[in-house]
Design a protein around this ligand. Structure first.
Ligand code: GLU
Length: 380
């Protein structure tokens, strides 16, 4: 048995449902929605606050449009998502309504996470839905998104929502039984019950291809899981088609794979900074500064900056990189790129004696810096 929310009362739980959980052979199967819906309603009865991230808009749209499953027309993704999302939410609404659970649809795009006011607006909406006992069902607004604008996949969306809501648990339901120690299609491979740390070995085992119709794949899942774990949120990865899957997870049964969270919970603002923002530039710093930032939690001063990349304004988010180009932190910069270029590599004493110089504060204040976990991916 697992010691995981064994008493699931008053918990915040984000559940991501992959495209193939609610569908068979490229078609939405209402029975599958119903099976999860009954378990979700049961959990909601115990004052748990649940949020669903449901994929399958593009898949449903393709089916309604009668397009060939084998030749997926990527350029039609947006209109197909518009078509399919309507059906997907209508089916969910119908089924949950029968179970006396009203649902609310929230569609988001990447900018809704990047801009702090919009991020907080999403949070406010979801929390208001919780208060109204409405189940929020989210998806990316694929009908208007562009590739650069995309959140990437719904695993990422679900991880960001879990971080935003300070969830107690994130559950990712797909069509594999968990995280395998080899190719999931190989009968000799086994599900790993608990992953306490995402090691290079785990990254290597994640390389097996995802499904054709979902964007994610195991690497994307692992990336999302790593983010949630870093925020302090445990993640269970399991097969959403398995009978009573949610009930079993909440009973503490050892089902699927549990990725345990980092013991420290990252502050809410730092979660946003680390995982929801887009960086506008890069500051490459010397080794001493890397050390001061990572070991001592220091602010980033001009003297430690070796190179400035990109055009950014004051208050935008920049990546902080080591001399070898590894991004190890993110922060909100106090000056625009021209100013940082001018003062880079110089300390305040030097700058004061320069007629064009002046007095400068930290380039990035320690309060506005978040350290990223080491990504120790195995090289391909
Ligand atoms: N938003 C996509 C859809 O509903 C799915 C993205 C994903 O599977 O990660 O079709």
């Amino acid at each position: 048995m697992r010691n995981l929310l064994q008493n699931p009362i008053k918990q915040i739980i984000v559940i991501k449902v992959g495209s193939h959980v609610f569908s068979r052979e490229g078609r939405i199967v209402p029975k599958r929605i119903y099976a999860l819906a009954t378990q979700i309603c049961e959990l909601a009865e115990h004052e748990n606050q649940l949020l669903l991230v449901v994929s399958g808009a593009a898949l449903a749209g393709r089916d309604i449009a009668g397009l060939d499953r084998a030749h997926y027309p990527r350029q039609l993704l947006r209109p197909l998502a518009a078509l399919g999302q309507a059906t997907l939410i209508a089916k969910c609404d119908q089924i949950f309504r029968r179970l006396n659970q009203p649902v609310g649809q929230v569609l988001v795009s990447r900018d809704d996470f990047h801009y702090r006011e919009r991020y907080l607006a999403v949070k406010e909406t979801v929390q208001a839905l919780f208060k109204l006992h409405v189940l929020p069902i989210m998806n990316e607004n694929d009908s208007i998104g562009t590739a650069e604008q995309s959140l990437g996949d719904n695993d990422n969306l679900a991880a960001q929502m879990a971080g935003m809501l300070d969830a107690d648990l994130l559950i990712i339901l797909g069509t594999v039984a968990g995280f395998h120690d080899g190719n999931p299609r190989d009968p000799a491979s086994r599900v790993i019950p608990t992953v306490p740390e995402i090691t290079p070995e785990i990254w290597r085992q994640a390389r097996f291809k995802g499904n054709r119709h979902s964007r994610g794949g195991m690497v994307a899942k692992l990336e999302a899981i790593r983010r949630a774990n870093h925020c302090g949120i445990p993640v269970v990865l399991a097969d959403g088609r398995e009978e009573d899957i949610l009930t079993k997870i909440f009973q503490g049964q050892e089902i699927g794979t549990l990725f345990t969270a980092s013991p420290q919970r990252l502050s809410l603002k730092k979660r946003w900074l680390a995982y929801s923002t887009r960086v506008a530039g890069q500051l490459i710093v010397d080794d001493g500064t890397c050390h001061a930032l990572t070991r001592r939690g220091a602010s980033l001063l001009s003297s430690g900056i070796i190179e400035v990349q990109g055009d950014f304004r004051a208050k935008e988010v920049v990546a902080v990189q080591s001399p070898t180009g590894t991004e190890f932190a993110r922060g909100i910069v106090n000056y625009d790129h021209e100013t940082v270029r001018r003062i880079a590599g110089r300390n305040n004493r030097e700058l004061r004696s320069d007629p064009a110089g002046g007095e400068y504060r930290e380039v990035v204040h320690r309060e506005n810096i978040v350290l990223l976990p080491k990504v120790v991916k195995e090289s391909k």
